[in-house]
Every structure is written in structure tokens, then in C-alpha cells.
Write a protein that binds this ligand. Sequence first.
Ligand SMILES: Nc1ncnc2c1ncn2[C@@H]1O[C@H](COP(=O)(O)OP(=O)(O)O)[C@@H](O)[C@H]1O
Ligand SMILES: [Mg+2]
Length: 375
Amino acid sequence: MNDKPFVFGVATADENFTDREKETARLLANFQHGINTILISPRRWGKTSLVQKICRIAQSDKLKIVYLDIFSCRSDREFYDKFAEAVLKQTSSKWDEWMEHVKLFLSRISPKISLGPDPMSDFSISLDLNPKSDDIQDILQLPEKIAQQKKCRIVVCIDEFQQIAEFDDSKTFQKRLRTVWQLQKSVSYCLFGSKKHLMAELFEKKSLPFYKFGDTVYLPKISTADWVKYICERFEATGKKISGTLAKKICQTVDNHSSYVQQLAWLVWGLTEKTATGKEFAEACQDLLNQNSPLFENQIKNLTSSQMNFLRALKDGIHTGFTTQNVLKKYQLGSSANVSIIKQALIKQELIEIENGQTVLADPVMALWLKRIWE
Ligand SMILES: Nc1ncnc2c1ncn2[C@@H]1O[C@H](COP(=O)(O)OP(=O)(O)O)[C@@H](O)[C@H]1O
Ligand SMILES: [Mg+2]
């Protein structure tokens, strides 16, 4: 039993995990039937939490899960190291078996292995790769070889996959992965990440190797009904109360953004002695804005004046028609060509998003904050 009423900032599980029933069923089926999955959403909507949940459910002797987060990988070499290490470590818990797998499947590479404080359970691996040779092939084939030897299937989950778009000569790297991975019989992949624009490009651009690699899932937001039920239950489980109406207000304030719903609910909960009222809610909202304002200041400090003007238009509720004479003039956006340059730049910085043809601020709390500083 988890006694924390609300969780944010880290992946969440158990009592602090709600909804996602449809996505759970879909991903689980993909895992069990060896179908590659691509999962995309903006940051902090719940990808990591969801995939980790599926991993816990799907894991068995017949279906092994390998999970790695490549957020810190800056090059293909770092990727290969991390990949090999994760595959070796997570397909067996026995030290002698790791060594055997290294000998059998990575012998050409003669990896350097450094032991952790407990050599029986911890090691890290660094591979002396010759990028042109078959070494890379061996590494990418490692899960397939292990799966065949162990007579099981393996799902490799790679978090923050958008990172690979930043590697030098990323396209060649992507081609390599795809060429090897698509022929594997016993291994499937779940690739997920944020930076929607990068992820979407990796998997939707016909000219790129990962085009049509698997079942693409755009993670939606959690519905208000699910959130309200969750918030009320969490209050009750800890001896406090909140009305459905107020719980709904929490969701609406942060536009159902997963992490912010939990954070705002947590702030309201903390201020509430027995039953939450509008007073605690208002105070919690102020608190949320104050906590985030240094972050937002940082995010906008290097914007150009026309980019700032564009944000101002969004703040005023304009979501389409930026290139009409009226809007161009009122917000001093320059020409219509300039508008599309501004948009691209802001999308790249993840400050705005296009949703059903509407341009919106990516962060609902930043939207509130802009209102506060500009009104
Ligand atoms: N299914 C869920 N139920 C409740 N809260 C969730 C759920 N998924 C995500 N969250 C909230 O969102 C935050 C970010 O989730 P995370 O899985 O790290 O997102 P992502 O990987 O998309 O960045 C969590 O800390 C939690 O507060
Ligand atoms: Mg994540």
C-alpha cells in the first residue's frame, strides 16, 4: 500500500496510477504477440508509467522484458553500450550466464566489464567497438540470440527514443537498427518518447528508415471522469474530503495534463485539513504558479520579440488565422512567411503544439502564468 496521496515528477504506479485501460490492453496484446509498438505523447503525460506497468504485467519466463532509457545517450556508441548492457543484465539474473552470453554472442568485441560493488548482481560494460565491422551487428542481434538460446521471446522497451534523432549521422544509424530489427523473429520493440515533432518525424516520414515500423499509439490525456474519481478516492483514502465539483476544477485548471493534475491535487490536499474548499483551491493554484515561474522565465528568456508576440496572441485566445492582416498587425508578427518560421521555432522548443489544426501553448500552467504576467 502506497500512502502518498498523489505522485508527480516520477513514473507512477499502483494506487497512484489511474485509467489507461484501453492503452494497457493494446500494448499488452502487442507485447504478447510480438508486434512492434511506437508510443508518442508530450512530456509528462504518462508514457513511462504506462510502459512500466505493461512490463510488470507481461514479464514471464516465456516473455522477457528489457527496459532502457536512452535520455543520456549522446552518440550511437553510447547507445550500443547501454543496449548491450541492458540486454545482458535483464535477460538473466545470474553472473555466470552473463559471462556465457558475452562469450557466445559478443566474443568478437571483447567487451570491458567493470564490476559494481556487488559483482554478483552489478556490472557495467564498455564495448570497444569498431563501427565498420560486424560488431554492431552482433550487438543488435544480441536479444535475438539470447531469446533463441533461452527459448523465450523478448520485448525491448526504449524510453526517450527521440534522442536518436540528435546523433551524428542519425539516418545511417536508424537504417542499421531497422535492417537488423525487422528480421528478428523472437524479439519485438516498444519505442517511446516525447518531443512529439521529433518522434512523429522518425516514424511518419516515408524517407526515414523507421517509417511504418509498428503499431503507433498517440497517448491521449486521461479523461476528466477518471481524474475526478481518482482525486476523490485519494482524498478519502487519507481521511480527507473533496467534492466532485472541486476535483473537476483541478482538472480543468491544468487542462487534464497528467503531471499537473497530480501536483495541483497534492497542493490542495496539503492545505486541506478535513474538507477542501474554494479557499484551499485558490491558494494551491497560486502556489503552483509560483513554483513554476522560475522555470517559465527561463524558458522564455531567449525568445525573440516576435516569438513573444506570438505567445501573446495565444494568451489572448487566438489559435488560428495568424496570417490574417488583423492579427499580423495587432501582434506585430511581420509577414505570413515569418509566422511559419516563428511557429517552427516554438514547436522545436516544445512551447507550442498543433492540436486539430489549432495552435496552442504546450504547457497549460505556462498559459496561466502568461495571463498573470501580462494581464
Ligand atoms: N496513469 C496515470 N495515472 C495517474 N497519474 C499519472 C498517470 N500517468 C502519468 N501520471 C502523472 O504524470 C506524471 C508523469 O508521468 P510519466 O509516466 O513520467 O510521463 P512521461 O513518461 O510521458 O513523461 C507522473 O509523475 C504522474 O504524476
Ligand atoms: Mg518518460
